[in-house]
Design a protein around this ligand. Structure first.
Ligand SMILES: [Zn+2]
Length: 225
């Protein structure tokens, strides 16, 4: 399986990225931070009025990325949990009572305490450690590969697709903005298009994180935490 994720999230990941997803009839996971609503963050315009509602209506998953995008290394456990709760309220106010199943650690930072909290509150939590999620996986630290202009471009991500297909693993690919001239952390619409095409050529199913988690849980010999 392949899951595609957008962190924070930049408006172009919906306006541009969402168009590519729609063309392929694919659902992705948008890890939202309430505090970034309507702001410019890391040089990118973030999602704004109506975007979260539209993403939800299109069947994409909304994941939690804390409210204020602070690393758990920089705050105590209580503050970290409050930031998660505040984010859940933020999402609920916009799209109703949708359970948030998937969590992503800001900056990929995960302390033991943060992992414990994330596993208690969510179905799974994701970092930024590159790799595949095989049958025995860590639901408190799912691996993920960044499709990012400055680090891992599409050519470097494709080998992971082949390895996931040959080993029956689950690959999560995350990115940020999606535009023809992406930031260091983003990708182009055509990269996203190629990712989905390559995944399908490799016979991978493309599912949101929540859908993939459910599929693995239901698979014979499937996941246990
Ligand atoms: Zn982030």
């Amino acid at each position: 399986m392949l899951s595609i994720a957008f962190d924070d999230f930049a408006q172009t990941s919906w306006t541009e990225g969402g168009r590519v997803l729609r063309d392929h009839d694919v659902r992705a996971t948008y890890y939202v931070c309430g505090a970034l609503y309507g702001t410019v963050f890391a040089g990118q315009r973030m999602y704004g009025p109506g975007d979260l509602e539209a993403i939800h209506a299109a069947g994409h998953e909304i994941g939690c990325h804390t409210f204020d995008h602070e690393s758990c290394l920089r705050r105590d456990g209580h503050d970290f949990e409050r930031s998660i709760e505040r984010n859940e309220s933020f999402v609920r106010e916009r799209v109703g009572d949708v359970p948030l199943v998937s969590f992503a650690y800001p900056y990929g930072d995960a302390t033991i305490g943060a992992k414990r909290l994330a596993v208690r509150r969510f179905g799974c939590a994701r970092g930024v450690i590159a790799g595949l999620n095989r049958r025995r996986l860590d639901l408190g630290q799912l691996k993920a590969v960044g499709l990012e202009e400055s680090k891992t471009r599409i050519e470097a991500v494709e080998p992971y697709l082949d390895r996931a297909a040959s080993s029956g693993a689950w690959l999560i690919v995350f990115t940020h903005d999606v535009q023809d001239r992406p930031s260091a952390y983003g990708c182009r619409p055509r990269d996203l298009d190629r990712l989905i095409r390559s995944a399908r050529s490799a016979r991978l199913e493309v599912l949101s994180v929540r859908e993939a988690l459910a599929a693995r849980a239901g698979a014979p010999g499937g996941i246990s935490a």
